[in-house]
Design a binder for this molecule. Structure first.
Ligand SMILES: N[C@@H](CCC(=O)N[C@@H](CS)C(=O)NCC(=O)O)C(=O)O
Length: 254
């Protein structure tokens, strides 16, 4: 469980569920979908990543990497989207988004989604679509480098700072990882409605936002027929409409 003791103490007085999130953030989509599946009410603290509303002392005092999402439940701060959705399903078990029979496999899908975020998802999304939309001014750059203590994120953001772009090697690595992962997902979905069979679980929720965002970046999902069938199914879910489409109807228009 990824719990943070915030230096911005204001959140410790919060009652109920509060979510700091971004409309276009795939990690935020996971948490919004889970909250919708559970029918939980939550207070929205929306941060516009394009306006750099995550880069300030107040927010780094809640989430030390300045990332969204952050969930605050009864004043306790939780970070890391895949850990947050696991926490929500454990803490608010109805309706269940896991089964004891497939729990270990489900957690592997969550870990895999988390592990490819910086090496594969972010470079693909930034290089194909959003780097120019989230470009920082010199002052924002200075503030970010002052606040950000995580070297992996600093290095990542330097790669597209000031009009720079990721290397061919970075892009090739990202594409290779995505191809391996979506081939694995395609195989898991063969003969199955959902990733782990007939039950909709956190494994689906963890990967649905990746599909939504990457398709908006032109990722070639036409080569994955089972993933296309799965996408048609999740488009029917209210949690997808409320947790994803309501906030980000079309990532290609971001
Ligand atoms: N491992 C984190 C990653 C969170 C993350 O990278 N969030 C993105 C949006 S999906 C973000 O806040 N980007 C702003 C930035 O990198 O400064 C999680 O799963 O919550």
């Amino acid at each position: 469980m990824a719990i943070i003791v915030p230096t911005n103490k204001s959140v410790e007085a919060f009652e109920g569920l509060h979510l700091y999130h971004g409309d276009i953030s795939n990690c935020s989509m996971r948490v919004r979908m889970t909250l919708e599946e559970k029918g939980l009410s939550w207070e929205s603290h929306h941060l516009d990543l394009k306006k750099k509303e995550n880069i300030n002392d107040d927010y780094f005092g809640i989430n030390p990497k300045g990332l969204v999402p952050t969930l605050v439940d009864q004043g306790v701060v939780h970070v890391e989207s895949n850990e947050i959705i696991d926490y929500l399903d454990e803490t608010y078990p109805e309706p269940p988004l896991r089964s004891p029979d497939t729990e270990a496999e489900m957690l592997e899908w969550l870990d895999l989604a988390g592990s490819i975020h910086v090496p594969a998802v972010k470079p693909y999304v930034y290089s194909t679509r959003i780097a120019p939309k989230v470009a920082k001014t010199a002052e924002e750059e200075r503030k970010y480098n002052e606040l950000q203590k995580n070297q992996e994120l600093k290095t990542f953001h330097q790669k597209h700072a000031g009009g720079a772009m990721f290397s061919d090697e970075d892009i090739a690595k990202s594409k290779a990882i995505l191809h391996d992962c979506f081939t694995k997902l395609e195989n898991a979905l063969a003969g199955n409605r959902w990733v782990l069979g007939e039950q909709f679980t956190l494994a689906d929720i963890s990967w649905i936002p990746l599909h939504h965002v990457l398709i908006g970046c032109g990722y070639p999902f036409e080569n994955f027929p089972n993933i296309q069938r799965w996408a048609a199914s999740f488009h029917e879910r209210q949690s997808f409409r409320e947790g994803v489409l309501k906030w980000c109807p079309d990532f290609s228009k971001v």
